[in-house]
Design a protein around this ligand. Structure first.
Ligand SMILES: Nc1nc2c(ncn2[C@@H]2O[C@H](COP(=O)(O)OP(=O)(O)OP(=O)(O)O)[C@@H](O)[C@H]2O)c(=O)[nH]1
Ligand SMILES: [Mg+2]
Length: 442
């Protein structure tokens, strides 16, 4: 039996009300030991007004909501004590409950119990945190899809498709005498794997976009000195955050700023102009800038449209060539020539719409991302990719006419990766699958 846990569910600060949560088999009896009413015989969700009492002393007047498990957030008997929002009162009540047999909850322990009691799956558990931490309406919306279980539903069809294929292979091996069962030949296996991979690829693509909406995108601004990087940072931020002068080598350190562009959060990093220099401080800045090229998820290379490209520009284009990048021609107000179809802006004059559009295009953000459920964190997307790798191994084995046993092993691994997304790591009971799907031995 798990211990009964207690914790403050609201922020530890002065406010009108605070909520203390107690969960576990003993929660009704623990609370009853210090509440003016008895919860022990409660059988359905009940709200009660009363006092929290410590040895005849009234600590506070409270509202208590008792949720009889399994109809509670954690699936256990759960009590919410709504007290006045003073940290002193809340702490006193929590200490009193601990003295009556509860234990202080660890971080995330309530959600963990909900997961263990199958009230929520792992995607939903992760979403609780994401909803709380969301800083934009769009990020919150994506997390709410996950919390509601909509994202988990995306996974079920994939689960079923993989299980179907495994079952078909197994039933072909184990019951060759059944004539009405489709033959699991090479073509069938390959075409099924292709179909599953199409779904997984789509989930991954959408997931990566949703992750960007949720977490934001690290965008580095690079270029040789004096091309207008800091002016661009300021124009994007709408404030004079970085120092701008006409002296080459003005920016030495990295200047950071966050903006939200139509729901897309950008973590901007303005860097020192990259060039060879004898100045010790400037060189440190240049090395920092080079290091940030690796870190950035999107690179903006700024070129000066008022001058011909030179070796310094070409070196920076070379340094960034493997990154997702946007090449920007700045100072278009002074331009001598700008190649067709390039992104041309004037940072100084706040004329940067072309770049904003290019950022949206580079990330592939469209309305769809905001309005449909999608997997949206590194763990979930990593597992999708892992499942695709296992499926590709199975496909390669099938193409090379390797045994179906071997193919089955990779399919099982893919299946497990998909289960792990939801936190289900139980072994697939293949005999049950076979019987339920094909009615073999009926
Ligand atoms: N005409 C014009 N001048 C610009 C534009 N953008 C920036 N400048 C000017 O170019 C000069 C350099 O701008 P910065 O933003 O400091 O350039 P930087 O790339 O950050 O330079 P470093 O920090 O030295 O690497 C300043 O005098 C700016 O006013 C533009 O779009 N048009
Ligand atoms: Mg600068």
């Amino acid at each position: 039996m798990l211990e009964t846990i207690v914790a403050l569910a609201t922020a530890p600060m002065k406010s009108a009300l605070a909520v203390i949560r107690v969960s576990g088999d003993e929660s009704f009896s623990v609370v009853s030991k210090c509440f003016s009413k008895d919860l022990v015989n409660i059988t359905k969700r009940t709200a009660l007004v009363g006092e929290i009492i410590n040895d005849k002393e009234i600590i506070d007047q409270v509202v208590v909501i008792a949720y009889k498990g399994p109809k509670s957030f954690t699936g256990e008997d759960l009590v919410e004590i709504i007290c006045h929002g003073s940290t002193l009162i809340a702490n006193e009540i929590i200490e009193l409950l601990i003295s009556k047999g509860a234990k202080h909850a660890d971080r995330g322990e309530f959600s963990m119990r909900a997961f263990l009691n199958q009230k929520i799956d792992l995607v939903q558990a992760e979403a609780i945190n994401d909803v709380i931490n969301a800083t934009t309406k769009e990020a919150k919306k994506i997390s709410i899809f996950s919390l509601e279980g909509d994202v988990s539903k995306l996974i079920y069809p994939v689960k079923v498709m993989i299980a179907d294929l495994i079952s078909l292979i197994e039933v072909n091996i184990d019951y060759p005498e059944y004539e009405d069962i489709e033959v699991a030949n090479k073509e069938k296996i390959i075409s099924d794997i292709d179909k599953i991979n199409i779904v997984l690829k789509e989930l991954t693509t959408q997931g990566e976009k949703a992750k960007i909406i949720k977490d934001g995108l690290k965008v580095g601004i690079f270029g040789k000195p004096n091309v207008g990087k800091s002016s661009l940072l300021n124009a994007l931020l709408g404030e004079e955050k970085a120092i701008v002068t006409d002296i080459a080598g003005t920016t030495r350190d990295v200047v950071e700023g966050d903006i939200v562009l139509k729901g897309l959060t950008l973590h901007l990093l303005d860097t020192a102009g990259i060039r060879e220099s004898d100045d010790v401080v400037e060189n440190i800045g240049v090395n920092k800038a080079k290091a940030i090229i690796d870190e950035a998820e999107l690179v903006i290379v700024v070129l000066d449209a008022s001058k011909e490209l030179d070796k310094q520009d070409k070196d920076i284009l070379e340094l960034t060539k493997d990154k997702k990048r946007i090449i920007v021609y700045n100072k278009k107000d002074l331009a001598i020539s700008i190649p067709d179809n390039s992104v041309a802006i004037s940072a100084k004059e706040n004329d940067i719409d072309a770049l904003v559009k290019a950022i949206y295009d580079a990330v592939g953000i469209d309305e769809v991302v905001f309005n449909q459920p999608s997997l949206n964190n590194a763990r979930q997307i990593g597992l999708l990719k892992q499942a695709m790798e296992h499926l590709n191994t199975a496909k390669a084995d099938a193409e090379n006419d390797l045994g179906v046993d071997l193919i089955s092993v990779s399919l099982f691994s893919a299946y497990k990766s998909v289960l792990a997304i939801l936190g289900e790591d139980n072994e697939i009971d293949i005999s049950k699958e076979i019987f339920s799907r094909f009615c073999v031995g009926k």
